[in-house]
Write a protein that binds this ligand. Structure first.
Ligand SMILES: *[C@@H]1O[C@H](CO)[C@@H](O)[C@H](O)[C@H]1NC(C)=O
Length: 284
């Protein structure tokens, strides 16, 4: 899936973009795309099959933010006093997540906390802090895109708060985190998606699952499809696409590493000791 606006990946990822494998450049993109309707079908199906979970929330004292929210909000030229930090505890984990929401964000706090709850817990646990900003311009004039992720935080702008966007972004986090950690040590990879063992699956396929030659972006889209595959109309899942056979090895690979990393795509169970550590509170 692509989101029709550039998805900002992390600065860490930018240095990986040149690491394409030549054979991948020759592969066509799956036709039809999974998001040929702009992702509407995927989003509606994911929402219908990943229900909201109950939660309790509490606002931080004014004047305090997680360090990452301070840094990202100031990078994007926001007044730090316009950002609310909220602890949210879902029924599937005893420790909270944090949402930093700009007061002018178009979606309500309740709506955002509900949306985050739909993400399977062992995927959600790779992110400690979610950041919701309105459309913005950075200090050096860059215009905000849809979303960006580095390590254990993700920033989503404007109305890009969708289940599929969160899954895609968390896909970047697990690619460089818990899923990469399943490879034998030592390895020189920054991301599972750029490793030989993972690419060995994709090399067997006729097509790429997405409409990008970036292995990192294609992987994040595979994470969306893997969650879809397990929860939407199983056992048909991703096979709703008439060309599904063209990417079946990629799907086999993502499910294999998803299971190894603790069955992360399954929307059940509880968080575990791999939950990302909270960002440090700082006075603004
Ligand atoms: C938020 O959660 C942290 C634990 O992660 C806790 O130390 C802090 O007191 C909580 N703050 C509020 C306002 O609930």
């Amino acid at each position: 899936m692509h989101f029709h606006l550039p998805t900002i990946t992390s600065l860490l990822l930018v240095s990986h973009v040149s690491a394409w494998v030549t054979d991948m450049d020759d592969k066509p993109f799956i036709d039809p795309y999974y998001d040929k309707d702009g992702g509407l079908r995927l989003e509606a199906a994911l929402r219908a099959n990943l229900p909201e979970k109950p939660y309790s929330s509490s606002h931080w004292s004014s004047g305090w933010l997680p360090d990452i929210c301070r840094d990202i909000a100031s990078d994007w030229n926001h007044n730090l006093w316009d950002i609310d930090a909220i602890n949210v505890t879902y029924t599937d984990c005893s420790t909270p997540w944090v949402l930093c929401r700009h007061k002018a964000h178009p979606r309500s706090e309740q709506e955002l906390l509900g949306l985050i709850s739909r993400i399977p817990v062992r995927l959600r646990q790779s992110i400690a802090t979610f950041i919701a900003l309105p459309h913005s311009f950075s200090r050096n004039g860059d215009e905000s895109g849809a979303a960006g992720t580095a390590g254990s935080f993700t920033t989503v702008w404007d109305d890009y708060w969708q289940v599929q966007v969160l899954l895609h972004e968390i896909g970047h986090s697990v690619d460089s985190g818990v899923m990469l950690a399943q490879l034998p040590k030592p390895n020189n990879n920054f991301d599972l998606s750029l490793s030989d063992p993972f690419q060995a699956y994709i090399l067997q396929d006729k097509a790429l699952n997405s409409n990008t030659h970036s292995m990192v972006e294609g992987f994040a889209d595979l994470v969306v499809l893997a969650v879809y595959d397990l929860h939407v109309n199983p056992p048909v899942g991703y096979k709703f696409n008439p060309s599904w056979r063209d990417i079946r090895h990629a799907m086999e690979g993502i499910h294999y590493y998803g299971r190894l990393a603790g069955d992360v795509f399954r929307n059940s169970g509880r968080c575990n000791s791999w939950k990302a550590a909270a960002h440090t509170p700082v006075r603004i």
